[in-house]
Design a protein around this ligand. Sequence first.
Ligand code: NAD
Ligand code: TYD
Length: 339
Amino acid sequence: MTIIVTGGAGFIGSNFIFHMLGKYPDYRIVCLDKLTYAGNLSTLAPVMDNPNFRFVKLDICDREGVYGLFEEEHPDMVVNFAAESHVDRSIENPEVFLQTNILGTQVLMDACRKFGIQRYHQVSTDEVYGDLPLDRPDLFFTEETPIHTSSPYSSSKAGADLLVLAYYRTYGLPVTVSRCSNNYGPYHFPEKLIPLMIANALNDKPLPVYGKGENVRDWLYVEDHCKAIDLILHKGRVGEVYNIGGHNEMRNIDIVKIICKALGKPESLITFVTDRKGHDMRYAIDPTKIHNELGWLPETKFADGIQKTIQWYLNNREWWETIISGEYQNYYEKMYGNR
Ligand code: NAD
Ligand code: TYD
């Protein structure tokens, strides 16, 4: 079994590679990654010498390069994590989101059609459903919830997601799609809420909470997401969409307070800043389908997962300090300087 994992030098893709190499010693994993600002080769250091692993620096939009890799590797499966993934960046510069997230996905699926494949899996997001109101805690996203996106990021992910389903219906490509809620855990790039707050708190810097901090996300420990994708790949029904997540809803402000407490930092570091444009209020997943069909449920409770995550950032300072000392400083200044 050879699996091409795109975007494997990023947060979830790298965790997925570790999971798969650990669980299936006879699988070959080929990681294809462009190494954008969000990709980090040092993250993959623990598997670089594994004979079942290969890293290839490549853009998923590079049709010739992608076809060449398929010709060499004859993959049985492709799992597409590669994407521009940050909502705030998509608001500043949507174009690259459309290129990578939609057109890159098309290149990968064309390669799958050309060379033949057992399974193409698209890692999508619950953000394709838009948001839910705060005063309706009875509402959840199901796979039937209409697509109704808010940001250029979620729109580009929805475009890709729908294109994948179109390749199933039109060409019979054996695809599956998963729409997951917010992940957290090791190797999460420090521009995202949880790692950003941990890094800032450790450096005694202000903790910039958008708006009033009342927005709700349904947080999932990254390992649980990886296990769900593993299950879908092996047992999921072709042509189907599976929501992943569930029952770990938290307000942003409460998460930031938990981080302050765990690190012994004062809540006075919390600074309320100008809200994100078009900011989604609440995401919440109904995981009934994946639970009933594949037996999946989240295993890590938020209270445990956040402590493990904070501990990981304490133990791996070099990983994130290297990131935030580079180009990231310009990004941070631009995004938060006059906010
Ligand atoms: P990330 O930004 O940490 O990693 C993205 C990876 O993709 C990086 O290694 C980057 O170098 C690579 N990449 C970007 N453009 C590329 C291109 N053109 N060609 C090849 N590689 C490219 O993202 P993440 O948080 O790990 O998210 C992975 C996937 O999961 C994305 O598709 C995202 O939409 C989806 N997702 C993320 C979350 C979340 O909470 N992080 C939740 C649901 C779904
Ligand atoms: P983020 O990690 O960017 O994920 P997403 O927007 O995809 O859900 O943000 C999570 C939540 O945290 C979101 O409601 C925006 C908020 N947020 C802040 O309040 N401050 C920040 O500095 C960041 C990055 C996010």
